[in-house]
Design a protein around this ligand. Sequence first.
Ligand code: FAD
Length: 479
Amino acid sequence: MRLHWHRRDLRVTDNPALAGDDRLLPVFVHDPAILAYGAPPVVSFLLGALDSLREQYRERGGELLLARGDPRTVLSDLAEACDADAVTWNRDYSGLASERDRAVAAALADAGVSVDVERFGGTLLHEPETITTADESHYSVFSDFLQEWRNQEKTAPVAAPVRGDVVDPRDSLDEEWLDEASGAAGPLPSLAELGFDDPNADVQPAGTDVAHDLLADFREDTIYRYGDDREYPARESTSRLSPHLKFGTVGIRAVWKATEDAAATAGDGYARESVETFQRRLAWREFYAHVLDARPDVVIENYREYPNEIQWRDDLGGLRAWKDGETGYPLVDAGMRQLRDEAWVHNRVRMVAASFLTKDLLIDWREGYDWYRRKLADHDTAHAAGGWQWAASTGTNAQPYFRFLSPVTQSKEYDPDGEYVREHVPELRDAPTDAIHEWPILDDEKRAVIAPDYTEPIVDYGEHYERAIEAFEAARGDG
Ligand code: FAD
């Protein structure tokens, strides 16, 4: 019998580690060391995804075993208790996850249980070792990576295990073990039991059916206009697959196949370009995962060091206003309120809000990373570090240090009718569109008349530009 340890591959279809016809006992372990980095929206999504995974196993006559504790002990004890001959899992790429993988493999060996340990690649289309530069290191320039990534053949999704291949743990383990593991067929722990009590966390529906519906809708329609529409937050034209890709409620090979099917019927014009643009987003996802695999420290350290330290500002008031969506910069505030209400934010607005924090307020990107980690249902170490370090001009393909995403210009360009801002900032619902875009540069009297309840800008537009340039030039040693 084989034990499969689920982590962020919470699906049975398109899961390469589940292929094969050996008897399978699936397990998920609530690990306190990982939960320490959790937050209500992410953990809530995880619980929904586990519920769905459990159903998928029940449909196959099996049961997902849910355990709690240190996976080193849980998996060694479990392998022994059910007399497993193999333990498998899909690979993850953060430093913490890689360390945990090594520790679990070592614990299985030390415990003297005779099992084969095998790791699969179920999260990415291409593993980090397969796309490297001439000197076998990771790519730090996306365009070079993309060329190589495109050239490599992509494999098809694998079928799910069939009925009868999945074991019910109640038939294989004694009562004492099941009680200790918190009971195979018992209820899932609640958010509160896991230490994340928050009644508003449950805002992103989870599970494989949800993921497949999203993918099917996207593939049928939206993908063909993704090319331009993806930049406009009010158009709702992106896939919304991010939390599903994070937890693997949909497999990346299934997503890729959907894009290839869409490409086959797209013709040659804009629709096809749109499909290819979306495929490039999937390449970004893999690029950042490869960077994280090579440089696990990018979560806390600048990828690209400047000769001198960047002198970030301590500005508790500014940070608070940013988190609360009360900066007086409407597009930024709309994004931060969408984050609060939906545990998800449109990519363009994530970029604008991140640029505002790191450049306009000159606050350390790690503060922003940490807030997004606590509020997003799709928080993903690799993409978050990539996105934040891009905005802060410290990352791989970073913005040049002198480039800002002006919230005024971005608002005019990407929310031309003010629709997105009006949806998330009700104080501006009745304001003229020009006033929404230009709120930070209107004079006080006009602002008081147009939207008396909306906040004043916390920094003067344009004034902070010099401050950030000076800080970056000092860090570069140019000053
Ligand atoms: P779509 O446009 O439909 O894209 C499809 C998938 O491609 C996404 O689900 C995601 O897996 C991947 N993708 C798209 N854009 C990017 C990108 N720029 N980098 C890496 N992968 C990408 N994404 C996360 O999944 N988790 C995060 O924690 C995260 N933090 C971010 C922080 C900042 C500051 C920035 C600028 C971006 C961040 N992103 C993050 C990337 C991006 O914003 C989201 O992936 C995207 O908005 C998710 O919505 P979607 O699924 O509708 O995207």
